[in-house]
Design a protein around this ligand. Sequence first.
Ligand code: S3P
Length: 186
Amino acid sequence: MGKVMWKKEEGLGSQFPYHIYLIGFMGSGKTAVSTQLAKLCSMEAIEMDRMISEREGMGIPEIFDRYGEGYFRSLETKLLEELQGKGHAVVSCGGGTPMRKENVERMKQSGKIVLLSAEPETIYARVKDSHDRPLLEGNMNIPYISGLMEQRRERYEKAADLILHTDGKGIKEICMEITQRLHKMG
Ligand code: S3P
């Protein structure tokens, strides 16, 4: 996932009249894709984890540690509420955001949901050296990742308006595929 150079004819300025929500497992590339997709479409990029972390004045692991996962989940829901009716952005969701039904309802009401999928081995390779994800702390191995992915698969797939497999693809290719498929959906 290297440096991306955009050409005009590749869709710069082609805004979508709704939020584009990127969902998917930790390490599926949501953040990197959202940044480039937002540039490509001249839309704002919103990274939910980052916004929550900035507002709380601490990292996600510290929020989990101090206040627990439930508190973090309520912050995600609150942030999604705030996004309703506010412009059109590319929103990179936390990996657990679609696990709450009410979150999915909000996303559906205000935009399109794009699921980025990747194999557990790919995910592992991307996240193995990070300590930013409390759910993987002490569980940093392929069987655990694979198990949690399976637990979430149905919810993820049910929520998604479109599913994009990212293994072996570069960011630019992924972004182009998203814009083309969204345009087709009208
Ligand atoms: C989580 C994913 C993380 C972050 C938190 C919980 C999850 O976001 O929201 O650690 O439950 O899958 P990323 O998917 O951006 O890593």
